[in-house]
Design a protein around this ligand. Sequence first.
Ligand SMILES: O=CN(O)CCNC(=O)c1cccc(Cl)c1Cl
Ligand code: NI
Length: 200
Amino acid sequence: MDNIIRDGNPTLRKYADKVTFPLSQEHQQLAKDMMKYLEVSQNPDLAEKYGLRAGVGLAAPQVDVSIQMAAVLVPSPVEPDDPDNHDDVLKAAQEAQDNPVFKDVIINPVIVSQSVQLGALSEGEGCLSVDEDKPGYVPRADRITLRYQDVDGNDHKVRLKNYPAIVCQHEIDHLHGVLFYDHINKEQPFAAEENTLLIG
Ligand SMILES: O=CN(O)CCNC(=O)c1cccc(Cl)c1Cl
Ligand code: NI
């Protein structure tokens, strides 16, 4: 996954192609590699060792494959007992990953319904394909109903809210050629429509 493309590469602005089943060997391997990247990037030691930015999602267009596939790994919010104790931090990161809030490779995802209620991460969003900081709220639907196929072609319909819902919308945006900062208010980046839920 050291081949993550950056903003400016036209692939990031394409509407990605639907995936056909059964998955080709190449697409099966890509799904595995993208999830592996997220797992490794969320392990503090390995992330440091390989110089990886942590990610909770990764979309195929970010590795220059314009298909509707994205890996999502939203860990549960486990805090270390003692944040200054390295072993505690590692243990917490492993535990957080072992029972994730949402973990799957979403293929041909469609948001079939979403709340009027908006939500935005209080810290804004980041993207492996956008090197410069883009401060500001990224207003999204706070709750979504998402239909997708997994790598085996099974249909799923899930209801997500708050952080996992935000992450999936960030990834689905990638499949539509949209980047998170497209949603940030240019005049007032931290102005959120009233009754926007600030998350985290
Ligand atoms: O598309 C995926 N990436 O660019 C990976 C790096 N960004 C993140 O993990 C990330 C960080 C903050 C908020 C959101 Cl929503 C996401 Cl997704
Ligand atoms: Ni991104």
